[in-house]
Each structure stands twice: as structure tokens, then as C-alpha cells.
Design a protein around this ligand. Sequence first.
Ligand code: ADP
Ligand code: MG
Length: 684
Amino acid sequence: MKHLEDSIKTLKGIGDKLKNLYEKLSIFSLWDLLFYYPRTYFEYPMPIDECSQISDGETVALRIQVHESCKNNKTRRMEITTLNTFCGETPIQMIWFRSPYIKNQIQLHETYIFYGVIKSDGYSRKKMEQPILYTEEKYEKELSTLQPIYGLTKGLTNNQVKKNLHSLLEEDTFLEFLPEKYIHKRNLESFSHSIKQIHFPDSFEELRNARNRLVYDEFLTFFLNMEKMKENEEAIINHFSFSKEDYYKKCLQRLPFELTEGQKSCLEEIKSDFQGEFISQRLIQGDVGSGKTIIAFLLMTLVVENGYQAAIMAPTEILARQHYETFCNYIKSFELPFEAVFLTGSFTAAQKRKIYEKLSSEEPIFIIGTNALIQEKANYDNLALVITDEQHRFGVKQRDTFRKKGNMPFTLVMSATPIPRTLSMILYGDMNISVISDVPAKRLPIKNAVIKPKEVEEAYRFIYRQIHEGRQAYVICPLVEASEKTESENVLDYGKKLREYYKGSVSVGVLHGRMSADEKQSVMEDFLNKNIDILVSTTVVEVGVNVPNATVMLIENANRFGLAQLHQLRGRVGRGEWQSYCMFVDSSKEEKNKRLEVISKSNDGFYVASEDLKLRGPGDFYGIRQSGEFDFSLADIYQDGNLMQYASEDAKEIIKDDPSLSKEEHKALKDFLLQLSSHQYTNL
Ligand code: ADP
Ligand code: MG
């Protein structure tokens, strides 16, 4: 039995070179490799007997009876083997390079499977280069298997990862850590069997069972940690007093718009939390554009005017800075006698020190920042409220660290992820939940369209007309710069292309994650101040960015994004009083992309999420996962609702029965949890 915390170098065949490659994928220990799940699986296609309907470029398996023999031809450069045959009624030529031995493997009048890419040779004949040859029997075997496909890095091949995992999995049986009782009750496979099957499934059925077990494990460990956290915590008396609300009311009166019913009731709920006997936590859930920022600001005002500090943390510097600027503007226009401070990781040590001093002073201030707010050096002395914006971008741990800053402040987390209430109640444990279910009334629903790459110029002309009317546009590309691996659009080349296209009649800016904080900030400012008409950007604008004057979004290679992400991206437009538009460019070969159909049909995040789920067949549960939700690597809160419910019940039962997990039957489970958490820390 190996020690899973050992370095992967203890594995046969892994030397320094491989070790370095694996490190790029954050794989350091055997444990890391064991839990490096396949990204997806490859299935061989069913063989077909007629290929006339197959279009060029498709990978297929052809069943062909051979009636002519192979010919080996030597050219000056290499040896070429050809085989003329028919697939059904369609003539097709098989071609192999430098593989003369193929000739001996093919017997006349026998039937074989030829696996490869179909091309037409310009006439009525088709061809296949370098097809892989199988006997019918052998192909039958391949058909029942699923081949794992791993995320890779340059220099590391899929076969290499498979080989290393084989040798890790082969020799060992892995200890069962789940009490027999739950394995039985929930009808689960053993851990050892499941971890092997997830990498090398014998069948689809086996894969599904293996995945169920591992998903259950993820949920169970999540809920065990949550229950243990709760166990150690006593209710904290609310010593804060929120008796003043003059400035809060003044802000309400001066708001440039009427709050929606959802916003109003959300505010009331939190205000009544503030009057409660104990400190509490609340989740505010509202779709993109439902107006969560103003809620944060109003509550922070209330806190500050009562003499305390209030802090809000955002997942990206762009968003944090935008909040800071919004808040400064509000403070000015509502004439509040309070200061707002901003903290981000890219500040110099001296700048940070100055802000740290403010945090640990008792001065009642607005505090806005990135996760720099929860670094060790940030100490607070007078904090009564912490807010985490776009909480799904943070881990549970970060949220918890924030909550424990200062003297146990009230906690709010804001999320745009559409999770059904029953699920959020389980996932967020003891948190209260407020839902903002309406969006500001005056807003016009975004108009959507799916277009093909050849229609893009028309989109450019449309964008031009919008700019002419005073509006602005986003163009989203998947990549920063050109890549050898894919033909997806990239921000740098696209920016150039648009500049050439518009010949100086509009101004084009680019934004991506590799720019320095200062560069990003200046681009965002230029966009906000209308010095930039079209912002070509990666998904760095995905979360929270608010430029209401931008009314058009064009998403290149939209078929490459997940639906949840597209919905978040689209949420950047439709924020002001003007009609907004979102165009999804479908660069796939399919005639109609089903997922893009869904998103273009509805602006409702709940609808999009539920349709997304329906579209994911049993085979592609690896397909498009919701972005980083709760750090689960396999589990999907939408799809695995049942397992989540079970795991939550079981975790409660286990902790109730044995809070410190010291009973004999929980020993292995405790060890597993310890290993899991130590592993998570070492990788941070
Ligand atoms: P999100 O919920 O996605 O964080 P924001 O808070 O960024 O949304 O709000 C989006 C835009 O809507 C902002 O420009 C904000 O000023 C505006 N807004 C917020 N509440 C209302 C309202 N009740 N009526 C009109 N506009 C509003
Ligand atoms: Mg927001």
C-alpha cells in the first residue's frame, strides 16, 4: 500500500522531467494524481456500412469487406500503401504512409473496421488517410470501453497520464473510509472500485456508479466540514446597535430610481437581522442585473452611520475597483460624511500598510477590496458587516475567513447563481436566504440572436449604428492571443482586426487577464468614460462589471462557453434604459447549436440553468459544469440533487452521533478528511 501523500516521483517511470510537467497541473503527490479525474471520455462510434452521407472531416468507423489487395508504392520520399474498396456503394480509398506491413494484415474477402477521418478527393470518391484497422471482433471490444481523456499540458501526453495512473491503480487497493452503514443504505460502490472505474471504466454503467460514489464523497466531506464548523460554534450575541438611520433614509430618498419589491423586502429582512438577538448570516440571491450592489451600499451606510466599519469583497480587481468608484460617487451625491477605502493585492507594501492602519482604527468607514481584505495582515477592530459579492467565485473557506475577521460581524453573501431554494437551503446550511426575484421594471428585455461566422460583418455594421447613437459595445473572445491548439478568436488579433475594419471611425480597446492592474484599470476607465466605443475582452468582464451605456455584446465562438457563463457575460448589457442586444457567434459545424438556442430564447437565469441540465445527456455529465461552484470537482449541484440531499442527512447523523469522529467505525473517515484538508492546504 502506497502512502498517497508521497511525491509522484515514487511512482515507477516518473523522473524529474515528468514531475515538472505534472506540477504545472498542480499534481504533486500520488493523492493529487489519483483525484485527477478525466476531463471527458472518448467513445468509439458504432460502425457504419455506407458512407455516402458522411460529410468531410467526420471521424467514423466503416465496416468494409475487402475485395482487392493492398498496393505498396515507393515514391522517392516515402512508401505509400493504398487499398481501393467500397463502403456500401461509395468508392473509397484507404491510404497509409510508411506502413507497408499493413498489406500483410489485410486478407481478401475478410471484413474489417476502418477507423479514421473521411475526406472526399474532389470527385465522387472518398478517402481515408491513416485509418486504424480492426477486426470486427476487436472493434466490438473497443466499443464497450470508454477511454479517459485528461487535461494536459505541453509535453505531457494523454497516454503518459494513462500509463502513470495504471501503475498507481494496479498494485493497490484503496482503503474504504465510508462506514459500511452508509455504503449499504445509499447503495454505493466501494471507494477502491470507484476510483479505478472513474479512470478506466469497464462500461458506461460502471462509470455512472463510480461517479455516484465519488460525488457522494465530495458532498459528504463538504457537509461533514460544515457540520463540524457549526458544532464548534456557539451562537454569538449581537452586541451591535443599529439605532440611527438618518443617512440611510436620506440615501433612499435621493436614489435616482425606485427600488424593486425584491430589493425592498431584502433590505427589510436584513435590517431585522440587525435587530436580532444573535449575529446571523444571509445569502442574497438575485439574477444578473437585479440590483444587488445598491443593497450592499445602503446596508453599509446604515452600519457606518452607527459607528462601525462595513466591508465588501469582490472576486476580481476590476469589479472591486468599480464598486469603490460607484460607492465614492454615491457618497458624494448623497452627501455622506464618510470615507471609503480601497484595498487590492496589487498595491505596494507601503500603500497596503496605510490601508491596514485604517482597518484597524475604529473609524467608521466603507471598505472595498479584493481578497486582499482577508489576508493575514488585514486586521479589523470595528467591523460589523462583511459582504462577499459574487460569492460563487470564492471558496467556502475564504468566505469563512472573512466572516471571522474582526469581532464576528454580520455576514452577507451575494450570488447570481440560480440555485433552487431547496438546494440553497442545504448548501448554505444555517444561512438565511433572501431572493430578489424581479429586475428593475423600466428595463427592456435583451434581444438575442445566434449568428454564423459569415454574418459577423453584419453584426459589425449593427454595432456601428449603435455607437453612432451614442452607445457602446463589448466583443468577447475566448483567448488572449493566438493559439496553435484551437482556431478560436483571440483578443489581441481581434482588436487589430476591428481597428482595421472601422478605419478609425470608432475607438477599440482591449482587455484581458494578463494585463497589469493599472492597465486594466485605465482601460475600464476609458470604457466607462466613453473614450472606448468597443471593448474587446476575454471573460474577465464576466463578473459584475456595470457599464449601463453598453448595449451590444458580440460573443465570438459562443459555442465554446458554458451556458452559465454565457448568461453571466450577457448580464453586462441590458443594464440601462436602452434596448440591448446580445449576439452569439456559433462557429461550430453543427447546423443548430442547441445550447445557444436555449440562451437566445430566454433571459431568465433559472430557465437557462434548468434547460442546460436537460440538454446534458447521461453521457456528457462531464460536459459543461457550472463555473467553480463550491470547489466540487465532480459533483454538480443541479444534476446531483439527490446525492446532495443524502450526503447532507448522513453528515448530520454522523456528527450528531460522534461529533469528534473518534468512534472506531469513523476512524478511516476522519483520516480521509484530515488528508483531504492537509492536501488542500499544501496546494494553496
Ligand atoms: P447585479 O445584481 O448584477 O449586481 P447591479 O447592482 O450591478 O446588478 O445593478 C445593475 C444596474 O441596475 C446598475 O446600473 C444599478 O444602478 C441599476 N439599478 C439597481 N437597482 C435599480 C432599480 N431598482 N431601478 C433601476 N435601476 C436599478
Ligand atoms: Mg453585481
